[in-house]
Ligand binder design. Structure first.
Ligand code: DHE
Length: 561
């Protein structure tokens, strides 16, 4: 009796509090929009904004965009907790021109009307999208070529090790390019704005994940490589890998979803869904988060485990797939906003950027523990990073930064006796090599002496269209700067041709750079000789639209970077 009275009082108080909160919210009415405008804005938000700001707009790589600070009060109050509230005009400017904080400009992608629309949209309360169940996943699953009807051996004469799977971002396709002949072997329809391609342990299958959650499995053994199975794992996704531990090679695939926040375990060669696991839960600060998105995923070589990095919570999950019915997970707290990362040279430690926390977390996949949490410069963005032996500090792993003008080198442990003298540096930032802000990817190769870094998000057009190259044996030497857009010989267009994502050929002798141009412009992949830095080939075609990530089969299969 007593308890129910207390409960009623609490409920009444809560209702009153909520009522007054609603009243206050109503007083600060958001700009009105028609249903059609809302639909249009929702689509643009999903395609251009959700990746950084989150579907619920709680913020991650990008800032929080909830109405409590995007919307100005009716009474003209412009600050909240010392933060400037934004309002229509300021929002339009930010979306159009970007900010020094790392937000890119959209005035070359969105029309003036669309900028106005988006500024209105983000002052309105975000809609919560629907969930996506195991049944939904199962219903979306398609086997296009059953396993027993697939080739029993390679049916083409392509040197598969040197094939590149190239994302054609805005056409929803990947181009498979023969790295030896530089010919396009096949252009394959995939999900929307494919994010990454990963390889099976066997090197035969390419797993391609679209931002719309569509996962496509491409069989490279077919005469003309094509999609053999497909499944939609959610509404918004970025990552995929297979099981790589000895005895489990390619038995399973796993793909991570941004919305709903969950990951899906599938059969490796059919993509038949087997299990869906939610990632909702508490952040490392002990707060509940409704949208903890799955960022990078890699397969451990040390144990039958995947390293699954949960962005908003900062929790790194080691998911043991040896018994998926009784799934065991080790949860390692690190730092919030986990994003991309790569292995150290020994492939025992996985280093992942907690980008909006300005930290790199290193997981020891042997002990299943956090090995280090390293403070670095603003917004680290390693891609997969780059491993090399520094003349003074021994084995290091490199990351670039979106928000700082350096490439950071972190010393990594090594069991090799000759590296014992470098132990004192382990997990320390040993050098910051001067670069420019707006870097997304760094890359090297065990057979190379060079370190490559792009800067596609730099506001300066020349820098965005160029890449930098250092001689790793003497990082004090001036870097070479290659203007990739100029070298391509492509005609000038309105859109910046961002030079993005250096990727080595299988033999480590060439470096391929994408020119990420406008969504209707014919673009190119520009190939350089790594030893001489001379232009070797411009691969272009009317279908080469918005190339971004490129994944060399051999290097991706063996995590060589
Ligand atoms: Fe990526 C990797 C998320 C924008 C090209 N990107 C990743 C990974 C994540 C991620 C979680 C790691 C996957 C893994 O290893 O399992 N990327 C996001 C975003 O949330 C973000 C910031 C915004 C969005 O809307 O998606 C974003 N990414 C981009 C781009 O705009 C890029 C430059 C061009 C494009 O194609 O969309 C881009 N991301 C890439 C590439 C990789 C990547 C090429 C793989 C790097 C590698 O070498 O493995």
């Amino acid at each position: 009796m007593k308890r129910s009275v207390v409960g009623m009082i609490a409920l009444t108080a809560m209702a009153a509090a909520m009522g007054s909160a609603f009243a206050q919210e109503a007083a600060k009415a958001a700009p009105s929009m028609t249903a059609a405008e809302k639909e249009q804005a929702k689509k643009i938000y999903f395609e251009r904004c959700a990746g950084c700001h989150g579907v619920l707009r709680k913020g991650a790589t990008g800032k929080n965009l909830e109405p409590h600070w995007t919307k100005k009060d009716k009474d003209g109050n412009v600050t909240e907790g010392g933060t400037l509230k934004l309002g229509q005009q300021r929002l339009e400017k930010i979306i159009g021109y970007g900010t020094d904080g790392g937000m890119v400009n959209f005035d070359d992608i969105l029309t003036k009307e669309e900028l106005t629309l988006m500024a209105k949209y983000i002052q309105n309360t975000p809609d919560v999208p629907p969930e996506y169940s195991f049944k939904d996943t199962m219903d979306s699953w398609k086997i296009i070529v059953p396993v027993d009807q697939r080739p029993k051996q390679q049916m083409n004469k392509i040197n598969l090790k040197n094939v590149f799977s190239v994302t054609l971002r805005d056409t929803g396709e990947v181009a498979l390019i023969d790295g030896d002949t530089k010919e396009i072997v096949s252009i394959v329809k995939t999900g929307y704005a494919v994010h990454i391609s990963r390889l099976s342990a066997s090197g035969r299958y390419v797993y391609v994940i679209g931002r719309d959650g569509r996962l496509s499995l491409i069989d490279l053994w077919m005469e003309k490589p094509a999609v053999v199975a497909e499944v939609k794992i959610g509404f918004d996704a970025r990552s995929v890998d297979t099981s790589k531990f000895k005895g489990f090679e390619d038995k399973y695939a796993v793909a991570g979803s941004y919305w709903p926040p969950q990951y899906v375990i599938m059969d490796g060669d059919t993509l038949k869904p087997l299990k869906v696991v939610s990632t909702r839960g508490m952040t490392v600060d002990g707060e509940y988060h409704p949208e903890p998105r799955v960022a990078s995923i890699v397969a451990s070589f040390t144990k039958p485990e995947w390293v699954i990095n949960i962005k908003e919570t900062g929790q790194i999950l080691l998911v043991d797939y040896s018994d998926i019915k009784n799934l065991k997970t080790t949860t390692i707290g690190s730092a919030k906003f986990l994003h991309d990362g790569g292995w150290d040279a020994s492939k025992r430690y996985f280093l992942v950027a907690a980008n909006a926390s300005n930290k790199i977390a290193a997981v020891d996949t042997k002990t299943g523990k956090l090995a280090a949490l390293v403070d670095v410069a603003k917004i680290p963005h390693p891609g997969r990073g780059a491993n090399f032996v520094h003349p003074k500090f021994g084995p290091v792993w490199a990351t670039g930064h979106l928000g700082a003008d350096v490439v950071t080198l972190i010393s990594t442990p090594s069991d090799d006796k000759k590296n014992a003298k470098f132990k004192e540096y382990n997990w320390k930032v040993v050098q910051e090599v001067k670069h420019v802000p707006g870097n997304l990817f760094v890359k090297t190769h065990p057979k190379s002496k060079n370190l490559w870094a792009d800067s596609p998000q730099n506001p300066d057009k020349d820098l965005a269209e160029s890449v930098s190259v250092w001689d790793m044996s003497d990082l004090s030497k001036p870097k070479a700067i290659l203007n990739v857009a100029k070298d391509s010989g492509l005609p000038a267009t309105k859109a910046t041709k961002r030079a993005v994502h250096p990727e080595y050929s299988a033999d480590g002798k060439e470096v391929w750079i994408s020119l990420w141009g406008g969504k209707t412009d014919q673009s190119a992949i520009v190939v350089y000789d790594d030893a001489t830095l001379k232009l070797k080939k411009v691969i272009t075609d009317p279908k080469m639209i918005t190339p971004t990530g490129k994944f060399n089969v051999y290097n991706t299969q063996h995590d060589i970077y």
